[in-house]
Design a protein around this ligand. Sequence first.
Ligand code: G4F
Length: 326
Amino acid sequence: MVKKALITGIAGQDGSYLAEFLLSQGYEVHGIVRRQSLENPSGKLKNIAGVIDRLTLHVASLESHLSLYKVISQVQPDECYHLAASSFVSYSFDDESSILAINFNGTHHLLASIKDVAPKCRFFFAGSSEMFGLVQDSPQKEVTPFNPRSIYGISKLASYHLVQNYFRQYDIFACTGILYNHESPRRDFKFVTRKITSSVAKIKLGLQEKLFLGNLDALRDWGYAPNYVQAMWLMLQNSSPNDYVIASGKNHSVRDFVECAFRYVDLDYRKFVELDPRFFRPSEKIPLKGDHSKISTELHWQTEKIFEEIVSEMVENDLKIFSNAQ
Ligand code: G4F
C-alpha cells in the first residue's frame, strides 16, 4: 500500500527537500500551505515548483486547530512531518506572542488532531539546537540539559515536552529531531549563510557594494539541508519513537563562512564586510555543536557535504540567480 505523508512547511527549505525525497520513495505527499501562498505560487511556492503537480496541497493555519483537524481527518496520513514554524531566532519582545502561538500551539493542534482522528500516524517534530541555549558543555548530545535563551528556543523546548507527553500518555509514535543549522541554496535570505552568499554574488556582479553583518566570531554547526531531511525520515522508520541530535559535529565561525564565500569568487572579504550593531546578539560563551553519534550508530545516518562544498553550492546558485535577474 502506498504510504501517505503530510508535511507542514512543505514550501520551505526543509519541506521542499523532504517532499522530493518522499516522492522518490514512492509516497503520496500532502502539504499544508497558507492561503496567501496559493494566491502567489511563483513566489511562496517556488521551492516546490518542480514537483507541485505530484503533491496535494491543503490550505490550513497552524493557529487554527479546526483547519488542521480537518486536513488530518481527510488525509489520514501514515506519517506527519511538522516542519512549519516561526524559525528566525528573535530576541525581540514584540515577537514573543506570535512565536509562541505559531510554534507551540501549532504543535499542540497537530498532536491533538492526530490523537483524535489518526492515532496510528507517526509524528516527527523539528526541534532545534536553540533548545540547548546557554550550554555548559560542547558538543551537545540527547542527554545534555536544556537551557534555552531565546523565545524561539523556549517555544521549541515546550513543544518537545508536548511531543514526549503525547507518546507517554497517548501512545502516539511521536519524536523530536534536535536539528542544528542546516543550509542549502533554498535557505531563506534572512539567515546569515544566505545573506552572505547572496551578497557575495551581488558584489561580484557589481550590484552591491558592502555586506553588513553582526558577530563574525559566532560559531555554528552548519550541515546540509537535503541530508538532514533523510534523518527525519529515518526517525519515522524506527522500531520505536526516539529523539536524536541531527548535526554535522563541526564548528565554523561566521568569519569562516564569509571568507570561504568571498574566496570562491576571488575576492578578499576584508574589503567588503562591515560590522553593524543591529545584527549582534547576546554572546554565546560555549558554542552550539552537536554530537550525531546516536543517530549514526542506531539509524546509520551519515553526514553529507563538507562545509566548503555547501558554501560553494550556495554561492554558485546565487551567482546564477542574480546574473539572470540583470
Ligand atoms: O543564520 P542565523 O540567523 O541562524 P540561527 O540563529 O543560528 O538559527 C538557525 O538555526 C537554528 C538551529 O541551530 C534553527 F533552530 C533556527 O530556526 C535557524 O534555522 O544566525 C547564525 C549566526 C548567529 O550566531 C548570529 O548571531 O550568525 C550570526 N550572525 C552574524 N551576523 C548573523 C548576522 N545572523 C543573521 N541572521 N544576520 C547577520 O547579519
